[in-house]
Design a protein around this ligand. Structure first.
Ligand SMILES: Cc1cc2nc3c(=O)[nH]c(=O)nc-3n(C[C@H](O)[C@H](O)[C@H](O)COP(=O)(O)OP(=O)(O)OC[C@H]3O[C@@H](n4cnc5c(N)ncnc54)[C@H](O)[C@@H]3O)c2cc1C
Length: 381
């Protein structure tokens, strides 16, 4: 995609890293990606390879095994995953959503024990917020943790958990004081091999097919109090902090998916012939592409500015919600028009547009639905 307004947020070192990521994806991910989609999960080895190549610790501090970069390095990986249509492994969930929460809220000892294993890919992480009874109204979650000596005993169920089948640990939202609503939530780092943990079926989805999505059940699961992340009953503040980053991560991916689909569609329509001319030659096609080009050109500087502000620690939850709302709605509009311009081939899985269309649809749903984003934005009006 050629931008009329040049991108200015990345320095040369970021672009060098981008090349490394792209080469890695082309060599080690794309050739086997179909197999992972059929299996509904990604193999452990690719997580370890991503750890070796340096994808999983971009912004984790060096003290804990990472590379001590800023969110720009995370954004580079997210952009390359989006550009090449790679929705799994869910490295963004593991390394750019969960690891930063641990880095911000864990004690030094917890960080020393946990983060190096996440950076290396030895441990795979998931986050458990959504429950079968509902995901949007998080403060009503029912999974509970009761103190018992030096431990907590956890009971409850979670659903839609990305990485839930392959993960070793889940950052779990529980109620430690059910009478207090949002002020009664505490977070625990739960070892998924603990007695009492059960994993339900791998949910079959319309997109993100190589990403495993699990139901998780907790029956009298004993977790050391030392595994509490953040302070007792302070989980809500942790979630608000973490969800703002998650929303930005989704926005970054949506934006690049829209750009990649636009590029692919220009190329496709210029090659495909019908009625004695290329599909691109129809005025309808050119008008659609002109609209998309304008949409993407207008969205990109907003998302880039949000990335920059996030690096400076200045993205508010309200702004993160706007970034997610803007980029995910934009991507859905662009992807749907791109698919239409591919005709029947747009509906065929081998064509990148089909996969992108299906994969990106969930961006309006997870990390808080776009309706929830509007509540967050409206609260500040
Ligand atoms: C592929 C995938 C991966 C996911 N990964 C994870 C994960 O790793 N961890 C995790 O915890 N969760 C995960 N989720 C769950 C996701 O965050 C929830 O699905 C989402 O928050 C919505 O919750 P819900 O599905 O219970 O929908 P509901 O809350 O039941 O909402 C249903 C509809 O009602 C609307 N709605 C709800 N409340 C209001 C309101 N007050 N006003 C107006 N409209 C409203 C919603 O916007 C939505 O359109 C994932 C989901 C999917 C599909």
């Amino acid at each position: 995609m050629k931008f009329g307004i040049p991108r200015t947020i990345y320095a040369e070192e970021h672009e060098i890293f981008r090349d490394t990521v792209a080469r890695f994806l082309k060599a080690e991910v794309l050739p086997v990606y179909n197999e992972w989609e059929d299996a509904g999960r990604t193999p452990r080895e690719i997580w370890l390879r991503a750890g070796e190549v340096g994808l999983l610790g971009t912004s984790t501090s060096e003290e804990y095994g990472g590379f001590g970069g800023d969110f720009l390095f995370d954004a580079i990986v997210i952009e390359e995953l989006g550009r090449y249509g790679v929705s799994a492994p869910a490295w963004d969930m593991h390394a750019y959503i969960i690891a930063p929460i641990l880095q911000s809220f864990c004690s030094n000892e917890q960080k020393r024990n946990w983060l190096p294993k996440m950076v290396s890919g030895e441990w795979i992480a998931a986050i458990g917020l959504t429950e079968p009874g509902g995901g949007s109204d998080l403060k009503e979650l029912k999974t509970n943790a009761k103190e018992d000596g030096d431990d907590y005993i956890i009971n409850g169920a979670k659903t839609f958990i990305t990485n839930g089948h392959i993960a070793d640990h889940v950052l779990l939202a529980t109620k430690t004081d059910p009478s207090q609503g949002a002020r009664g939530i505490s977070m625990f780092w739960v070892d998924l091999s603990s007695p009492g943990v059960a994993r339900g079926k791998n949910l079959k989805k319309i997109g993100n097919k190589a990403q495993d999505t699990a139901e998780l059940f907790f029956e009298n699961v004993r977790v050391p109090a030392a595994n509490m992340v953040g302070a007792l009953n302070q989980g809500w503040a942790l979630l608000m902090h973490g969800l703002a980053q998650e929303r930005l991560v989704v926005a970054v991916r949506s934006m690049v998916i829209a750009e990649a689909a636009f590029d692919q569609t220009i190329e496709y329509t210029k090659e495909r012939k019908t009625f004695g001319q290329t599909v691109f030659d129809f005025q309808n096609t050119q008008f659609k592409l002109a609209e998309m080009s304008t949409d993407v050109e207008a969205g990109r500087p907003f998302i880039d500015r949000c990335i920059e502000l996030h690096v400076a620690g200045e993205v508010t939850p309200d702004l993160a919600a706007k970034a997610k709302l803007c980029a995910t709605e934009l991507a859905d509009r662009v992807l749907d028009d791109c698919l239409q311009l591919h005709g029947g081939y747009g509906y065929v899985w081998e064509f990148p547009i089909a996969r992108a269309w299906a994969d990106a649809r969930v961006h309006r749903i997870y990390a808080g639905t776009n309706e929830v984003m509007k509540y967050i934005i409206a609260k500040n009006l």
